[in-house]
Design a protein. Structure first.
Length: 487
């Protein structure tokens, strides 16, 4: 029932000569407007101003000067601070849109975290320490900000397009693996309910980069039709399957075999599968795979308090080596782990090729931050940041729907783009012409004037509360008393 409300199949019937892409775009805009309950007109015009602005979004107040934005800058900030976005309904609308089609019919999802850095916002609550990479080697920093976990559907081929499906802001006290598993579970359930996956279809591949624990995610998502694929650090140690039990052997059966240190090639046994492929960018790509590789879990950290015996989570370990990279002639091997315990040669090639497609989401993050100005506003309330984030996701969905009808308005020094190969920035450049052909949904603005505000020069008698960064809950520690000897 919720899905039928979000995106009914027969919502708009295309007429004679009417472009179906334009019909889908108009239908999604109606669904988006229905997801905005409080300050709906202002929030909807704000999303249109982001799409139709000729250049980059550098500040929120500039969006009020666009022709698509009929209200003042005061209403803009008021909508972000006090408006309402029905996130659940908008999630269903995003999931109901068509997904990128692959030749094998398999859906590929990428999950990663992008940070909204707020180092100087001492009055903003729920900030965490975000890991940020520097330009030099070993120059990573921990900067306060709001991390956002985003899920996107990947497209085949070399492209900068991805289909954003969901965004979640983990709190300072949340466990990343638990939040990510719950987020992926809801996305997969919406994909199944939308009819994109049916019984008998191949499993959905969910791809993670370094920083996640793929074995734990595979255990948390074991009841869903998904195949987890993640990258491992070179300092990891996995266990081989135990040797077969000998006749007459006493004692409990072994659960773990010999160690395999990824940093030590001498500990690697003969691979179960070896494939070789020729690529245009990396030269010869060689993949070696070992079946039934698993980490040895211990009852601490995330597994502390696990009921019963700790599980053995088996999968396939893949080592990918290439001849060269575009800017590195001596590349290091890449280690991948997938939840398929016995992947064949075709499955091994599909895994490392899908992992290379994961980097398309990095282009999406760059477009969100540099072109659409996702992290530009200096908002105090994290709820306002969530509303702005969902408006940006809705704007990206409209660009994805409009890329087949957008005109290539290139600059004089840019090359013409082939048909169907427009980038998100070029589609956004021609979105104003498309916007003029779509039905108007917002009402006319009501006349008014801003309030007097605080008189100039007066002192602020209600200063904002300052919040600490990081975890806010303290762990209970027990003090151990010692008795000193007497006499």
């Amino acid at each position: 029932m919720a899905f039928s409300i979000a995106w009914p199949d027969g919502y708009v019937e295309p007429g004679a000569g009417e472009d179906q892409a334009r019909v889908r775009l108009a239908a999604f805009r109606r669904r988006l407007y229905g997801c905005l309950t409080a300050r709906a007109d202002e929030l909807f015009e704000l999303a249109d101003a982001v799409l139709c602005k000729p250049g980059r979004v550098l500040m929120l107040a500039e969006l009020s000067l666009e022709p698509e934005h009929q209200r003042g800058h005061g209403a803009l900030y008021d909508a972000l601070n006090c408006g309402t976005v029905q996130v659940t309904r908008l999630r269903w609308a995003l999931a109901a849109m068509p997904l990128p089609a692959w030749d094998d019919g398999r859906i590929r999802l990428a999950v990663d975290v992008s940070n909204w850095l707020r180092p100087d916002a001492v009055t903003s609550p729920e900030r965490s320490f975000c890991h940020c990479y520097g330009r030099g080697k070993n120059s990573a920093q921990m900067i306060p900000g709001w991390p956002y976990s985003l899920v996107a559907a990947l497209e085949p081929g070399r492209t900068c397009w991805t289909r954003l499906l969901d965004a979640v802001r983990p709190g300072p006290d949340d466990d990343l693996a638990t939040v990510t598993a719950a987020q992926v579970r809801e996305v997969v359930q919406r994909i199944i309910a939308a009819g994109h996956w049916r019984d008998g279809d191949p499993d959905i591949v969910v791809i993670f980069d370094a920083g996640y624990e793929p074995a734990r995610l595979a255990y948390l998502l074991r009841d869903l039709p998904v195949q987890v694929l993640g990258r491992l650090g070179s300092n990891r140690v996995l266990r081989q399957p135990p040797p077969p039990r000998q006749p007459g052997q006493m004692g409990a059966p072994l659960r773990h075999g010999r160690e395999l240190k990824l940093a030590d090639q001498a500990t690697c046994p003969c691979p179960d599968v070896t494939t070789t492929s020729q690529t245009s960018r990396y030269g010869t790509a060689t993949a070696r795979a070992w079946h039934r590789m698993h980490p040895r879990l211990k009852a601490r950290g995330a597994w502390a308090g696990h009921p019963g015996r700790l599980p053995v989570i088996e999968g396939t370990l893949i080592q990918l080596t290439v001849d060269h990279l575009p800017h590195d002639h001596d590349p290091k091997p890449v280690w991948l782990w997938t939840s398929d315990p016995a992947a064949d040669a075709a499955g091994v090639d599909r895994c490392w090729q899908a992992f290379l497609r994961r980097f398309d989401i990095e282009h999406t993050f760059r477009f969100l931050k540099q072109a659409l100005g996702w992290t530009r506003p200096r908002l105090r309330d994290p709820a306002a940041a969530d509303r702005w984030t969902w408006l940006i996701l809705a704007a990206c969905a409209q660009l994805w729907l409009a890329r087949g009808i957008a005109e290539d308005l290139r600059l004089p020094w840019q090359r013409p783009a082939p048909p169907g190969r427009l980038t998100p920035a070029r589609v956004r450049r021609g979105f104003r012409n498309i916007h003029g052909t779509l039905p108007a949904l917002t009402a006319a603005p009501k006349p008014g004037k801003p309030g007097p505000g605080r008189p100039p020069g007066s002192r602020n008698r209600r200063p904002a509360t300052r919040h600490d960064v990081g975890k806010t809950t303290s762990k209970k520690t027990t003090q151990k008393t010692t008795r000193s000897p007497t006499g």
